[in-house]
Design a protein around this ligand. Structure first.
Ligand SMILES: C[S@@+](CC[C@H](N)C(=O)[O-])C[C@H]1O[C@@H](n2cnc3c(N)ncnc32)[C@H](O)[C@@H]1O
Length: 224
């Protein structure tokens, strides 16, 4: 059995979607960043760095137990086989229609009583701050808002930078809000009264303290 198949065969089965380079070993941490592949061929990565095709951010070391999985594809698990799903600051990096599809997959694979927990960037807090800045004569509040939305870099990536950006770029393809994410969860099949708002490290997901690290988020859970 491959390491990947062994990971998915674990019971209880807890999935961490879009984990990034680190994740607790008791979870199946899934990501498909090209920088994961680079970290598994360090000499080739250093050569690409020397010729400027990648930059220092791409040389991040991925923990070996992170499992490569394109999460826009069907999850390789049976209906109802998963006990818990966590996902932090991932869904906004794919198209919103793909996020809808992933939430439907989460609904399919969670067992009855299983919990999905999402941590997402708090765009509503940024919007409030922007509105509170009033007419913003220096434009500073507007620039901060633009930077936080993370939608596009300030200047057009061209030449080598275009490739560098493609490999490790982290743009936000949509902006989650509590209302929108709640509605998406209901459309994905979760019942409206099983969708709840939470604070940092507070909620029903098992082993929350070992997996949640980004306090600057809003948190929503959906129980199957
Ligand atoms: C901003 S990082 C979040 C990392 C970590 N969860 C955190 O909260 O810091 C977003 C992650 O989503 C991953 N990602 C983006 N699209 C993906 C896809 N289609 N399949 C799997 N992972 C993807 C990226 O590679 C990246 O590691």
């Amino acid at each position: 059995m491959s390491a990947r198949d062994r990971a998915f065969a674990q019971r209880p089965l807890k999935l961490n979607l879009g984990s990034g380079p680190h994740g607790p070993q008791s979870w199946v941490n899934l990501d498909r960043s090209p920088t994961m592949l680079l970290s598994r061929v360090p000499r080739a990565a250093r050569a690409l760095r020397r010729i400027g095709l990648i930059n220092d951010h791409h040389l991040v070391a991925w923990e070996p137990h992170i499992v490569r999985q394109d999460l826009t594809a069907r999850l390789p698990v049976e209906d109802g086989a998963v006990d818990a799903i966590y996902s932090s600051h991932f869904l906004e990096h794919i198209y919103i229609s793909e996020a809808d599809q992933i939430l439907r997959e989460c609904h399919r694979v969670l067992r009855p009583g299983g919990v999905l927990r999402l941590a997402l960037p708090d765009g509503e807090a940024w919007a409030r701050e922007l509105v509170e800045a009033g007419n913003d004569p220096s434009g500073e509040a507007g620039r901060r808002y633009h930077a936080r939305l993370g939608a596009h870099p300030d200047d057009r990536p061209t030449g080598k930078r275009a490739l560098t950006f493609k490999i490790g770029g982290h743009i936000h393809r949509w902006q989650p809000t509590r209302g929108l994410v709640r509605a998406m969860l209901v459309e994905a099949g979760f019942s409206a009264d099983a969708v709840t708002d939470h604070g940092y490290h507070e909620g029903a997901l098992p082993d929350l303290a070992e997996i949640e690290t980004r306090e600057e988020s809003f948190f929503i859970e959906a129980r199957r």
